[in-house]
Design a binder for this molecule. Structure first.
Ligand SMILES: Nc1ncnc2c1ncn2[C@@H]1O[C@H](COP(=O)(O)OP(=O)(O)OP(=O)(O)O)[C@@H](O)[C@H]1O
Ligand SMILES: [Mg+2]
Length: 269
């Protein structure tokens, strides 16, 4: 969408933890109403990037804007515009699904009736109505991920960050979530998604950005990336771009553990 302000703009973004440089000058622009998939090896800095964009982590250098607002100087305006589904689930196990959602509507200052209506609407939208009044501890992993997404959507965010939203989901649940994401984008929402399922990025994303060695090493539509790297799939593109011998050591130091929680609760509060 030329002429419109970007929904997300990163310029020369830098972030280190101690002497470990994770983001070493990240440039990325996401246009409104589109889906961008941020890919990269474990430890590349995807969750760190989401952390900066959702104002949970302070960048060391460069700039990050969301919905036109600077994450450092206008964090409240950024928080008002975003929803975050973290890599680690933000739902409270002891509460029911409906209670978790009610908590979010309260955080968003919805009144009693408005809050109840929004909860019912989201439970229905994500197919969670039947289980709504059971403790989340009894829910399956896929149902919890859907609840995570529902909690992210409570405040009608303009920009949504989804950090590995479909990890552990069965193929059907994954497709349900993709449909939800597509519906959000059709309604004008902007999505930045991280995933290790490259078929997901291929099917869902308008554009794909690959983070490795602290920088974006490739960016384009899935078709452009496959064609540029003479590859049949994004898996092949990913493997070529992130070979251990060509990438920096920054991305090879950890497995699939979780990191600083980026929960929708924290962002909304
Ligand atoms: N709070 C922190 N303190 C110190 N180091 C951190 C912190 N958060 C992240 N890191 C380090 O920053 C690097 C990037 O981590 P990050 O979680 O952003 O990677 P990722 O791309 O999301 O990886 P994954 O695919 O495994 O989720 C890792 O080396 C990690 O150990
Ligand atoms: Mg991560």
């Amino acid at each position: 969408m030329p002429g419109t302000a970007p929904a997300i703009a990163l310029r020369g973004l830098r972030k280190s933890f101690g002497d470990h440089t994770v983001l070493d000058g990240v440039d990325l622009v996401v246009q409104p109403g589109t889906i961008t998939a941020l890919l990269g090896p474990n430890g590349a800095g995807k969750t760190t990037t989401v952390g900066v964009l959702s104002t949970l982590l302070r960048p060391d250098g460069g700039s990050a804007h969301v919905a036109g607002h600077d994450v450092v100087t206008e964090p409240q305006a950024v928080r008002a515009a975003i929803g975050v589904t973290g890599q680690a689930s933000a739902v409270d196990d002891l509460l029911t699904g409906a209670e978790n959602l009610r908590l979010m509507t309260a955080l968003h200052h919805l009144g009693r009736r408005e809050g109840r209506e929004r909860v019912e609407q989201l439970l229905d939208q994500l197919g969670l109505t039947d289980a709504a009044h059971k403790p989340v501890s009894t829910w399956s992993g896929g149902m919890r991920r859907k609840l995570d997404l529902a909690m992210t959507l409570v405040g009608h965010p303009a920009v949504v960050f989804l950090d590995e939203p479909t990890t552990g989901l069965d193929p059907r649940s994954r497709r349900t979530l993709w449909d939800e994401v597509r519906a959000l984008v059709a309604g004008g929402t902007t999505i930045l998604l991280t995933t290790q399922y490259l078929e997901e990025a291929d099917r869902l994303a308008d554009r794909v950005a690959v983070l490795d060695g602290g920088r974006i090493v490739a960016e384009g539509t899935p078709a452009e990336l496959k064609s540029a790297h003479d590859a049949g799939s994004l898996d092949d593109v990913f493997l070529r771009l992130t070979e251990p011998s060509t990438g920096s050591g920054a991305s090879t130091d950890r497995g699939t553990g979780t990191t600083t929680p980026t929960t929708s609760k924290e962002v909304a509060s």
